[in-house]
Ligand binder design. Structure first.
Ligand code: GRF
Length: 192
């Protein structure tokens, strides 16, 4: 069984989709939810789905082992970020080489980096007069939104598009593609 930890700190709609997709899966299990925000929606989802959750603290994440020992003890093979805004420290990246994946709500390398999250991304895309936007699924490295891109797909920006309407289009793409892409790469990596 390939065991995945989902790191999420927001509403958790992507995490919810991942949980639904992998429920009862023969090879892949979402076995831990990691969150840095007490009270985040994702924690209620974890409780309802009966998936263990781990509430993490800044001090240990950035100044100590970044919970690497806890993740290894829980036999986590893969880490999937879904709305997790803290930068992943080198100690964790080195413990999970090419095994930490993020999803970004724009076509990287444009519209990425620190501060580029949520509605800020869609506002910037529209303000720049882009004709299309999309999603990027990529490995994590030590620079925000920078690691190798695994998958992208796009949507048109139509006349009168607002950050809110664009956010809805992007969310549909995220919900449709994140789980199958993770399924593919987790299985591929596992064969190595
Ligand atoms: C998604 O838009 C994702 O691209 C970004 O954070 C958002 C998370 O939303 N990294 P949700 O918490 O899954 O609803």
């Amino acid at each position: 069984m390939i065991q995945i930890a989902v790191f999420a700190s927001g509403a958790g709609s992507n995490a919810q989709k991942l949980i639904e997709y992998f429920r009862g899966h023969a090879q892949i299990r979402i076995s831990l939810i990691v969150c840095n925000k007490p009270g985040a929606g994702i924690l209620q989802i974890a409780a309802k789905e009966q998936i263990p959750s781990l509430l993490i603290e800044k001090e240990r994440f950035f100044k100590e082992d970044a919970y690497t020992s806890a993740l290894k003890a829980a036999q986590i093979d893969f880490i999937v970020l879904a709305g997790f805004l803290w930068k992943v420290p080198p100690v964790l990246i080195n413990a999970y080489p090419q095994r930490i994946v993020n999803i970004h709500p724009a076509l990287l390398p444009k519209f990425g980096g620190k501060g580029m999250y949520g509605h800020f991304v869609h506002e910037a895309v529209i303000a720049a007069g882009e004709k299309q936007s999309g999603i990027s699924i990529h490995y994590i490295d030590e620079v925000y939104d920078h690691g190798n891109i695994i998958f992208q797909c796009s949507c048109e920006i139509t006349a009168g598009e607002t950050p809110e309407t664009l956010a809805k289009k992007i969310q549909l793409l995220e919900h449709a593609h994140y789980a199958p892409v993770i399924e593919r790469i987790a299985q591929l990596q596992n064969q190595r």
